[in-house]
Design a protein around this ligand. Structure first.
Ligand code: HEM
Length: 485
């Protein structure tokens, strides 16, 4: 296997050329250094193997190590990812059935606020609008009406951005992370976990959550009003109805982790979808026409003019195409659990840290922050899959309607569509996420048409296209009467 040095600048700003160029030049498995760590990129012929063979590659260690949350795997018997997965697959799946009438008005309000805030002289950054809309929607979905207060929504926005910072989503753009990664990791951990999170939580939200956990323990939960808290309390209470202090604290951790990740991730994809709409005005027209059709059909309903989202097939196809084409080079990771032979190339079990890192591990171990032995991080180069003619005809063309009638929705995973990962660990929040992005897109074209200032946006971190929103300013022209769909 070839070991190469890829410039930090190229990893962020020339990602496609530098990463794919390295595979073309040196072969299907290449090792390189990023932020002080030796990592591996592999060609798409190994993607299935890396993502699905659990005996060789671990999702949990890979994700924990990438996000710098190895210490979480040292708590509660290492069940963190399995517990979150359980919440998504059980609580969320049930909840999805009856949330449509609750979340559509929130998206409508968010889109209207964005369209009213822009003017020809004031091209606008949409990210804060996407974030606060998502914070409100996530609060409604996970906690229910009782939590829908401005102070709590504000806390969720701030905490989501703290979580994104803590998990290193912006590290590629930090000088400290690149030059002295261990100091950056320690500093971020201390400043976010010890200061920002407690500050942004605030007494009101923290107390509301805590007393909710306590009072749900006393009562038997009401099935019609199931929230993530009642679901978890039921799951963790013992046969005599008591939830131990340890489990209460664990519920706290799980609730925060599951909602905060989703707010940041989905708002980022809302920005991607909006920018693609802005540069494809024909899709705005088509999706608006679809909205009229699926809303009219629903008019007789007692719930009012709620779009029948299952019928939004063009919108769904558009979203799948945006997720495929937005330009990821890598977006999934695994860690080797033993020495792995990949087509004759050896990926070692242990990451081989640079001297700086080695020193850092000693510091982190003694601070109790790293409790899991790290494997080597392996990134299948997903760009090669998204753009492979093996999976998609004419793969480099953006074709918004190519998935209509294909039997593949925006949430259907596959080797040519890795936006939500693949295999056992594929994103369990994807059905909710796609529903949310669909509602956002529909709400936006309902009230406005829009373009991008200068007709373009800027990718801020080519290594992290999925998790770091592109930068651009929207020029929005609201319709005079948005209710006239
Ligand atoms: C459009 C937005 C989203 C995108 C693009 C996305 C993407 C991904 C990707 C690529 C993975 C890794 C899968 C793998 O390695 O095979 C993942 C995992 C995960 N995602 Fe998402 N995600 C999104 C929204 C959400 C939402 C809304 C939630 C929760 C409500 C969520 C919860 C999770 C969880 C818990 C995992 C860990 C895997 C597991 O527990 O099985 N995601 N996501």
């Amino acid at each position: 296997m070839h070991t190469t040095y890829i410039q930090h600048y190229d990893i962020i700003y020339n990602t496609e050329e530098s990463i794919i160029g390295a595979l073309q030049k040196y072969g299907p498995v290449v090792s390189f250094e990023r932020n002080g760590s030796r990592e591996y990129i592999v060609d798409n012929e190994y993607t299935r193997k890396v993502l699905t063979e659990d005996s060789l590659f671990s999702f949990e260690n890979g994700m924990a190590s990438l996000l710098g949350i190895n210490w979480l795997l040292g708590l509660h018997g290492g069940t963190f990812f399995r517990d979150i997965d359980d919440i998504m697959k059980n609580f969320l799946a049930r909840r999805l059935v009856n949330i449509e009438s609750k979340v559509w008005p929130i998206f409508e309000r968010g889109a209207l606020a964005l369209s009213k805030a822009s003017s020809p002289r004031n091209p606008i950054d949409m990210l804060p609008y996407a974030q606060s809309t998502m914070a409100e929607v996530t609060t409604a979905v996970f906690f229910g009406e009782k939590y829908m207060e401005p102070i709590i929504i504000k806390a969720v926005v701030a905490l989501a951005s703290d979580t994104a910072e803590m998990t290193g989503l912006f590290q590629n753009r930090s000088w400290l992370a690149h030059e002295v990664p261990i100091v950056w990791r320690l500093w971020t951990w201390i400043s976010v976990v010890l200061f920002k999170i407690p500050l942004h939580f605030g007494p009101k939200f923290a107390w509301r959550l805590w007393s909710d956990i306590k009072c749900r323990t006393a009562d038997d939960s009401d099935k019609d009003d199931e929230t993530v808290i009642s679901y978890l309390v039921n799951r963790y209470k013992s046969s005599n109805g008591i939830v131990s202090l340890g489990s209460k604290l664990w519920i706290f951790v799980l609730v925060l982790a599951s909602i905060l990740g989703s707010v940041h991730q989905t708002s980022t994809i809302m920005v991607w979808a909006t920018f693609f709409l802005a540069v494809h005005p024909e899709s705005q027209v088509e999706i608006r026409e679809e909205l009229i059709k699926i809303t009219e059909q629903h008019h007789g309903s007692l719930r009012g003019p709620l779009p029948d989202i299952k019928k939004a097939l063009h919108t769904d196809s558009f979203i799948r195409e945006v997720l495929r084409m937005k330009g990821d080079t890598v977006n999934v990771v695994r860690a080797s659990v033993r020495d792995v032979d990949l087509g004759g190339y050896l990926i070692p079990k242990g990451a081989s840290p640079t001297p700086f890192r080695r020193l850092g591990y000693i510091v982190l171990f003694s601070a109790g922050l790293t409790v899991v032995t790290l494997g080597s991080l392996v990134f299948p180069v997903t760009r090669l899959s998204y753009r492979s003619p093996r999976y998609t005809e004419n793969p480099n063309k953006f074709d918004a309607n190519r998935w209509v009638g294909s039997g593949k929705t925006a949430a259907t995973t596959g080797l040519g569509y890795l936006a939500f990962g693949y295999g056992k660990w594929a994103c369990p929040g994807r059905f909710l996420a796609v529903l949310e992005v669909k509602y956002w897109v529909l709400a936006l074209v309902k009230c406005s048409k829009f373009t991008l200032k200068g007709g373009r946006y800027r990718v801020l971190d080519g290594w992290n296209v999925t998790a770091v929103a592109p930068e651009g300013r929207l020029l929005i022209e609201p319709y005079n009467d948005p209710s006239l769909v």
